[in-house]
Ligand binder design. Sequence first.
Ligand SMILES: Cc1cc2nc3c(=O)[nH]c(=O)nc-3n(C[C@H](O)[C@H](O)[C@H](O)COP(=O)(O)OP(=O)(O)OC[C@H]3O[C@@H](n4cnc5c(N)ncnc54)[C@H](O)[C@@H]3O)c2cc1C
Length: 409
Amino acid sequence: MQPADRSEGMTMDLDFTAEERAFRAEVRSFLRDHLPAAVRHKVLNGICLEREDYLAWQRVLHARGWGGPSWPVAFGGTGWGPVRQYLFDDACAEAGAPRLVPFGLKMVAPVLMAFGSAAQQQRFLPPILAGEAWWCQGYSEPGAGSDLAALRTRAVRDGEHYVVNGQKTWTTFAHYADWMFCLVRTDPAAKPQRGISFLLIDMSSPGIRVRPIRTLDGAHEVNEVWLEGVRVPVANLVGEENRGWTYAKFLLGHERSNIAGIGIARRELARLKRIARSETGDGRPLLEAPLFAARVARVEIELMALEITNLRVLSAEAEQRAPGVEASILKIRGSEIQQEIFALMTEALGLQALPYDREAMAAGYAGDCPLPVHARTPTSQYLNMRKLSIYGGSNEIQRNIIARSMLGL
Ligand SMILES: Cc1cc2nc3c(=O)[nH]c(=O)nc-3n(C[C@H](O)[C@H](O)[C@H](O)COP(=O)(O)OP(=O)(O)OC[C@H]3O[C@@H](n4cnc5c(N)ncnc54)[C@H](O)[C@@H]3O)c2cc1C
């Protein structure tokens, strides 16, 4: 983005520079040549990706030198600033590329870079970049979600190990994971935030059980993780014992980066329009029916407004100004807009949206299906999208943040 011109009271410039536009063209061209058609088909049609789909894509990006879009060059990343990262994410979403798995790349990696030992950085960072290791996030527990500091999973020092006992829940893709970064209580006598440590746990350790939680859409993304007498080498403690809360909060800041999901929303809005063009009501395309068209227009305008807010945040970040409370606005509006787009898709499909059966499709059902391809997944995606306003700090919690920091309530 161009430097802000303050001479006439302007604080931002939302135009991309010639270099940035050239960069975007380069990314688009790379995606045209290297994104496998089968994976693209899955993403564009809302079909679930497998572990290998994600990892193989990470390896393709790594081979191009783009494996770590948000990583500094010193750790093998691209060294891109926030604008290039945005353009990259946007082009990937538009092309139907798998989203980068955040748990390794965007969550544990920044913590290791900032607080890990040199040995931990050398051991754990390269496999993340190379698409050889899958991480999961062991924060939430029954009774400790929004109030994360209430977590009770206990780690007790025993010689050169910690012995961990407890339960994590909602752990996304724990069944794919090789490693879990985990918050554990090491000092139960201290104030809640003071007695927490940040451990790296090998998911193949004896004493770990992963049990699926089926979400509304019938999918298996999240899990319960039970830890019973799990021995974790002390070398896998990140930073200092009992300072895990500091690292956890640092990580949450990264979790919320690019949370608005503009690129994905724009791609799904285009899909909504395709569906509304091919479905009819009263003998004409639904997209020409005034009431339905008005609702599509409304969500499109809201998305455009959100994109401007997102660009304002990027403009601030490019000038080294911290985004602050805008991250909460992006989270709330971004999740609501995506939810609305899928709600409109299911409405456009009407009765056709009902017979979807994810388990049959996941099991490879390829028999006769009376539905057009575009009608097969929006219902499950509509149900799945309910999660957006819960994870990454629920929308109610984000509203609390806005109320406190912006409105002084
Ligand atoms: C699909 C999905 C994937 C997830 N993946 C992971 C993961 O990989 N790793 C992980 O550690 N966690 C994960 N989570 C957990 C997620 O972070 C928590 O669900 C979230 O923090 C909310 O916590 P909770 O579910 O315990 O709800 P609670 O905290 O019990 O909240 C229940 C309701 O009360 C509201 N509420 C709570 N406190 C307040 C308040 N102070 N003011 C106003 N309203 C409030 C909440 O907004 C919510 O609506 C995932 C969750 C989902 C749904």
